[in-house]
Design a binder for this molecule. Structure first.
Ligand code: NAD
Length: 411
């Protein structure tokens, strides 16, 4: 199954439970617009290489499209369609006025120099500039893109339009229209949801054992914030592999080592393990913060985490999900768990449009209630339909999209 087929399976499942109007299902099962571009880039050795890029706009029913840009060698149109669809659902779950979009460039950023990254980023935004913009579709960072890439996008787009247009992307550096709290937002939003879930279930978070797969923006901040909240980080990993220590360790120290030496595996005094071994470790909370399809039909049976927090998009396949549900493992799904990122992106965009900037405290004061309300809405649906949390999150999202589609007369 392609990633987009996984997404359609999730929509079908939710549609069946909520007895969704077939016309609505038909519309949300198709991305509204898809653009494929070829981006020629002059490499440092003088040769020109052409990179394939995509931007998919799944829905603009509830507002401009919103979603990150991924640089990865495995990017393809099916993946981008899936990610764009999840963005529509995610924005609806947290009830912010956006539809969903996503973009990607098929490239290996680890093999590109900074100058090549800059030329590729400027070329890509140029190629998609007709369909993006502050009122149309607003990209953001995703895997292997960061605030610097967003700064190049915003600068190039402003040049194309002949006026400052920094609201075209979010996740920018603070010195160039970024929002306080954006870099930690995905992780922080997930932590707000997890802590509320634990409180509601009378579980003391202090000392709970946590394993985190992926140590980038989502995973690294996830680990450090949970550590600060008193949970015990016993395992983390990045693309080179994982580390494990039953007594726990300080993820801030791991971050320092990764920054200076390149991988979490360079951290000393811990057991070195593979990514596959890491996610099967016994723990209270398993945080999936790397890539999609990490838990699937062949390893779901071995997962021992009692709660899974999906900071990554689509880290569990539908077959894997079914096994976890049978084993009564509570999965806090991606479209809820990682929605803090797009929520603070929305805050950044609002600040850009108003040209008036908020304090970190103001950002957190606005983020926390949105995340907690989204969890409450999902749990209400879960109880109503006796469904999984993922199915309930899809139902919340689809219901909101349906209501707007009907009001607008789209169906
Ligand atoms: P990132 O590029 O900052 O970090 C990715 C991390 O995953 C790196 O540590 C990398 O080494 C690791 N990794 C890559 N392949 C791996 C593998 N096979 N096994 C284990 N680790 C691996 O990316 P990010 O922004 O943290 O994104 C991670 C996930 O979170 C993605 O699914 C992304 O779509 C999702 N997400 C990110 C945001 C955001 O604001 N950054 C928001 C919502 C969702």
């Amino acid at each position: 199954m392609s990633l987009f087929e996984n997404t359609l399976a999730q929509i079908n499942e939710a549609a069946g439970i909520m007895q969704l109007d077939e016309n609505i299902k038909e519309v949300i099962s198709h991305p509204k617009k898809m653009l494929q571009v070829s981006v020629p880039v002059k490499m440092d050795d003088g040769k020109v290489k052409v990179f394939k890029g995509y931007r998919v706009q799944h829905s603009d029913v509830r507002g401009p499209c919103k979603g990150g840009i991924r640089y990865h060698w495995q990017v393809d149109i099916e993946e981008v369609k899936a990610l764009a669809t999840w963005m529509s659902m995610k924005c609806a779950v947290v009830n912010i006025p956006y539809g969903g979009g996503k973009g990607g460039v098929e490239c290996n950023p680890k093999e590109l120099s900074d100058a090549e990254m800059e030329r590729l980023s400027r070329g890509y935004i140029d190629a998609i500039s007709q369909i993006v913009g502050p009122e149309l579709d607003i990209p953001a960072p995703d895997v292997y893109t960061n605030a610097q890439v967003m700064a190049w996008f915003a600068d190039e787009f402003s040049k194309i339009k002949g006026k400052p247009s920094i609201g075209v992307v979010t996740g920018k550096p603070l010195e160039f229209g970024g929002s306080l709290g954006r870099n930690t937002a995905t992780a922080q939003g997930g932590v707000y949801v997890l802590l509320k879930y634990l409180r509601d279930n009378d579980i003391d978070p202090k000392g709970l054992k946590v394993v985190v797969q992926g140590f980038g923006n989502a995973g690294m901040f996830g680990a450090t914030i949970l550590h600060k909240e008193g949970l015990k980080i016993i395992g983390v990993s990045d693309s080179k592999g994982g580390i494990y220590k039953e007594e726990g360790f300080d993820p801030n120290a791991v971050f320092d080592v990764k920054k200076s030496k390149g991988s979490v595996q360079d951290f000393e005094g811990v057991e070195k393990i593979t990514n596959e071994e890491l996610i099967e470790k016994d723990c209270d909370v398993l945080v999936l913060a790397a890539l999609e399809n990490q838990v699937h039909k062949d390893n779901a049976q071995n997962i021992k985490g009692k709660i899974i927090l999906e900071l990554a998009n689509g880290p569990i396949t539908p077959e894997g999900d079914e096994i976890l549900v049978k084993n009564e493992i509570e999965v806090i799904p991606d479209i809820l768990a990682n929605a803090g990122g797009v929520t603070v992106s929305y805050f950044e965009w609002v600040q850009n449009l108003a040209n008036f900037y908020w304090t970190e405290e103001e950002v957190q004061q606005k983020l926390k209630p949105i995340m907690e309300k989204a969890l409450a809405d999902v749990l209400t649906m879960k109880n109503k339909y006796r469904s999984s949390m993922r199915q309930a999150a899809f139902i919340v999202a689809i219901k909101r999209i349906e209501d707007t589609m009907k009001l607008r007369g789209i169906v």
